[in-house]
Ligand binder design. Structure first.
Ligand code: ME8
Length: 529
């Protein structure tokens, strides 16, 4: 599925009217782990995120705050940039749809679609809610007895001129593409939902909104018609292409993975590919829709005011380290077709089990024993003494291979689990071979050294698989084993080759990488920025 030498991954671009919350951070983290994994695999990688700024509600919110739409958007785009920097997100670019590089290229695409007849003026007829100044869908209008779902006032049938995209013309080609590329929409349950809906038929979709009186000059005008602006969703989707539509970046297209939440899958798996077909562009490799985070068993919503926000995440990062937050979100998140719960008790449980008692503990045991029995110098392999039934080079290579295959199939939690399983195997090995007992017998020193060599080397390699989730902590782990990873300078196949540690390098016994957490302690206090 993935190209051998390049990888282009995107997140949705987020509405600037919201403050960043766990949902935005989660999608962006998944993309970050995918980007880091692919850089590690030696692929030239481009990771894009950004903000979606031309929604009409931005104009209203800006006015409420006494700011121009651009100043309001800039202020809030900054909040996303800062949040992602705090989470150690390694995006290569951050696109804002208000930037000229986007608006100008977008106008070019629309013009192409007008020229090909894929976008044309037509009549839009719908149920208009005068009390809310918005259209209500046919289904919602029926459900509410043709009254406003918000105010209960009567809806009116309204017709207006609008530009339409000829979506219906692409239904068959899209279905054929989805069938020919089983990995195009993931996970599979979501693909089946989308296919079912496409089979019910695709209708042409409006892609513009009429310029109203007192228009705030916000949004891209339809080329050749100052009476309409490009609808915000069409504007937003095109960011994935505008960002790389330069001579230097063109080779990154098509995107290998568009990561999105389940709420916006239809736009990405149906409208966007059809727009691309109409433009004559290649289709993305995969649209991956994850499910939702809920909080302590409850749906998060604006009305409940319980979104898990940056101050809360920052509180956790302060108490447990940013990599622990990344680990929890990445491995316990709603990557599949079911929602996931952010519960404090679960966070502590996972932190202790995976990080304090597994990764941290294994490193501590190994470095302590190297300190005690090998004078603090990383021992060499010393023949096959102490290996028992463990073919470590093959075990480690197998873990790396499976992790890479899972990452290519966009199963990032699965890839990371391979790293953790390798660490746990090291623990099991120490438990089984008991070097701390062998060390009491001076004639067994060679065996002890060999065991510790293999344990340390396997930990180093496990660190590579875990690095996309916990870059800071894994770099610390390597330093403790006297190794500095040339990440980005050598592909994983070389980095993970057995025997990377330098015999004689100083192993460092330091503070625990992940100090154990007290499950009885209260959740960390939110930390304002
Ligand atoms: O939809 N759990 O932007 P948006 C997990 N601008 N992820 C969640 C979530 C939750 N509870 N809530 C939101 C838009 N998300 C458009 C996108 S793209 C061309 C335009 C995440 O700010 C998830 O990724 O509303 C979802 O798709 C996204 O936030 C919606 O962000």
């Amino acid at each position: 599925m993935t190209r051998p030498d390049r990888f282009y991954v995107t997140t949705p671009i987020y509405y600037v009217n919201d403050r960043p919350h766990i949902g935005h951070c989660y999608t962006t983290l998944l993309a970050d782990a995918a980007a880091r994994m692919n850089r590690l695999l030696g692929r030239e990688t481009f990771f894009l995120t950004g903000t979606d700024e031309h929604a009409e509600k931005v104009v209203a919110a800006a006015a409420e705050h006494g700011l121009s739409p651009m100043d309001w958007a800039s202020r809030n785009a900054e909040a996303f940039r800062e949040a992602f920097a705090e989470l150690d997100i390694s995006n290569d670019d951050f696109i804002r749809t208000s930037e000229p590089r986007h608006t100008e290229r977008l106008a070019g695409y629309i013009r192409r679609l007008q020229d090909s007849g894929d976008i044309a003026l037509g009549d839009y007829e719908g149920w208009w809610d005068p009390s809310q100044e918005e259209y209500v869908t046919e289904t919602a209008a029926r459900e509410h007895n043709f009254q406003s779902p918000v105010t209960g006032r009567p809806l009116v049938k309204r017709t207006e001129k609008n530009y339409f995209f000829r979506l219906s013309a692409y239904a068959d080609r899209l279905l054929a593409h989805i069938e020919a590329h089983p990995g195009f929409i993931r996970p599979e349950a979501r693909r089946n939902e989308v296919v079912g809906r496409i089979r019910q038929g695709l209708q042409d979709v409006p892609v513009s909104r009429a310029v109203q009186e007192g228009d705030a000059d916000w949004g891209v005008l339809m080329p050749g018609d100052p009476g309409h602006r490009v609808y915000v969703w069409i504007d937003a989707l095109c960011n994935y292409l505008t960002a790389v539509d330069t001579p230097e970046r063109r080779a990154f297209w098509p995107a290998d993975a568009h990561l999105v939440g389940k709420d916006i899958l239809w736009f990405h798996a149906v409208i966007w590919p059809c727009l691309l077909m109409a433009l004559g562009e290649d289709l993305p490799g995969c649209v991956y829709a994850h499910s939702y985070w809920i909080r302590e068993g409850r749906k998060m919503s604006k009305s409940l005011g319980n979104f898990l926000d940056m101050p809360t995440l920052r509180g956790y990062a302060g108490a447990f380290g940013v990599d622990a937050v990344r680990w929890f979100l990445l491995t316990q998140g709603p990557a599949g077709a079911t929602d996931a719960d952010f519960a404090h008790a679960r966070f502590v449980e996972v932190y202790n089990a995976d990080l304090a008692n597994s990764v941290g503990n294994a490193l501590n045991r190994v470095t302590n024993m190297i300190g005690r029995y090998c004078d603090g110098a990383v021992p060499d392999a010393g023949g096959s003494a102490g290996l028992a039934d463990h073919d470590w080079p093959a075990i480690a290579a197998g873990a790396v291979e499976r992790a890479a295959a899972k990452a290519d199939a966009m199963d990032l939690p699965g890839a990371l689990a391979e790293g953790l399983a390798l660490v746990r195997r090291v623990d099991g090995y120490i438990h089984a071979t008991e070097p701390f007992k062998l060390a009491k017998d001076p004639s067994k020193r060679g065996e002890v050294a060999a065991i510790l060599h293999h344990a340390a080397e396997a930990l180093r390699i496990a660190g590579l698989v875990l690095w996309p989730a916990m870059p800071g902590k894994m770099e610390a782990l390597w330093r403790r084993l006297g190794w500095e990873a040339p990440i980005g300078r050598a592909p994983l196949s070389e980095l993970a080759r057995w025997g990377g540690l330098t015999p004689g390098a100083r192993a460092v016994i330091g503070d625990p990488l992940f100090p154990r957490a007290d499950p009885a302690a209260p959740p960390p206090a939110p930390a304002p920025g």
